[in-house]
Write a protein that binds this ligand. Structure first.
Ligand SMILES: [Ca+2]
Ligand SMILES: [Ca+2]
Length: 420
């Protein structure tokens, strides 16, 4: 009995919020959809009515559409809290109740991950402006307490609609009534015009596409020379990116000197470039000044390490070199070599059809991952599953030195592996 009383009181509260009454409703021939979109830059959702007819028409001779009662219902993630409902056309409820988790719905076995808002328009007739078939007309905007996941118009077939009707005698379905929906004469009960939701649910994290490239001001600097490394990140996608960070990895033979960027901040201790927002089509750049303090081939790498949104073709911070959010460039500082000295160039295991070259000529039988170098020259290798960075592969360059130790020195040769 106590439960029953609570239910009645609660239903009473709902009715105060002006729900469209539950009546057997015939559908008008002039129909509408509702659509919900999200603008990431303003973090605002917009509810739209999308007519499937135009004004004027046989029911409504006016150039504009005039509407009375309407109801826009939303299916939201359970922790989503609607905020800042702002009218565009019509006067809409500003404090809708969050529905679906009340005791009255317990027997309906609704998905506990979602709850519902029913936002009613006052029945006062409002001028919606001219209607064109398929052209959305905005009704109101709102925001959320946080990005909890996609928010959508409540579909007619959603189990919540049937449960509301059966368990609480509530019409929670979307609803729309206008002059164009009603025959000029002969109708007693107004004809419903809402047919169903249109388009995908509004995502507060629409996918982005960031692409990163790196470059060097000098691919063959002298020892202890200063060079500039440039990192560029472009938003190639259709949506703004936020919370973007890039991880830059300087090799041991490059000593940080200075940096410059118009966007965000660079932490030379961690190598993290904190960018923040990147607008659609925008490219942001970071310049890092370094001194090259070791001979040999050295690689500078950078990768997008963080973003608030998912990227359509890359994943932050996964070090997969073939993705477009990762790039590396190399510099070569020629090294001295002396008579009797041996340098060992090595590449990681896993490459096939290796061939080493000296001065662009294949070295006979040099087809393993290790090459011993005893003479001055320019050394490089090829393999089936190797790709050079955008700026090109760097070769090891040895020149005749004066005097050297005779002990073999191992030099790791870092290269770009192609994943198939
Ligand atoms: Ca990408
Ligand atoms: Ca990646």
């Amino acid at each position: 009995m106590k439960n029953g009383l609570f239910t009645l009181a609660w239903v009473g509260l709902i009715w105060v919020h002006c729900f469209v009454p539950v009546v057997a409703q015939q559908l008008s021939t002039n129909q509408v959809n509702y659509q919900l979109t999200y603008d990431a830059s303003s973090q605002t959702y917009t509810a739209w009515v999308v007519p499937r007819y135009a004004t004027p028409n046989t029911n409504n001779g006016d150039a504009n559409e005039f509407g009375a009662t309407a109801q826009v219902s939303l299916k939201v993630p359970k922790d989503f809290v609607i905020q800042n409902i702002t009218d565009i056309r019509g006067t809409w409820g500003k404090s809708p109740l969050k529905l679906g988790n009340q005791a009255v719905f317990a027997s309906a076995n609704l998905d506990p991950n979602y709850l519902y808002y029913v936002i009613g328009k006052t029945p006062t007739e409002v001028n919606y402006g001219a209607f064109a078939n398929g052209t959305p007309v905005s009704l109101f905007t709102f925001r959320g307490n946080a990005c909890q996941g996609p928010v959508g118009i409540l579909a007619k077939t959603d189990p919540f609609v049937a449960a509301s009707k059966a368990l609480a005698s509530l019409n929670t379905a979307c609803s729309f009534y206008s002059r164009s929906g009603q025959a000029i004469s002969g109708n007693v009960i107004p004809l419903e015009q809402f047919v169903d939701k249109l388009g995908p649910d509004a995502s507060c994290n629409p996918p982005i596409d960031l692409a990163l490239t790196v470059a060097t001001s000098n691919q063959q600097p002298g020892l202890n020379a200063n060079i500039t490394l440039t990192v560029s990140v472009t938003n190639e996608g259709q949506n703004p990116a936020s919370g973007v960070e890039v991880k830059n990895i300087l090799p041991a033979g490059m000593s940080f000197q200075t940096f410059a960027t118009a966007t965000g901040t660079y932490n030379s201790g961690t190598g993290t470039w904190t960018i923040g927002n990147i607008a659609v089509g925008q490219t942001v750049t970071l310049s890092i000044g370094v001194q090259v303090t070791q001979t040999g081939v050295q690689y500078f790498t950078a990768e997008v390490s963080k973003a608030d949104q998912g990227d359509i073709d890359s994943t932050p911070n996964n070090s997969i070199e073939t993705e477009d959010d990762f790039d590396r460039t190399c510099v070569t500082v020629p090294a001295p070599i002396c008579a009797g000295q041996i340098f060992e160039l090595s590449i990681p295991n896993g490459y096939t059809n290796i061939q080493w070259y000296k001065d662009n000529q294949p070295i006979q039988n040099a087809t393993t991952s290790v090459l011993q170098v005893t003479q001055a020259g320019t050394y490089r290798f090829t393999a089936t599953n190797v790709a050079c960075p955008t700026a090109g592969c760097c070769s090891f360059i040895f020149f005749e030195g004066d005097c050297c130790p005779t002990k073999p020195i191992c030099v790791p040769f870092t290269i770009k592996k192609v994943r198939k």
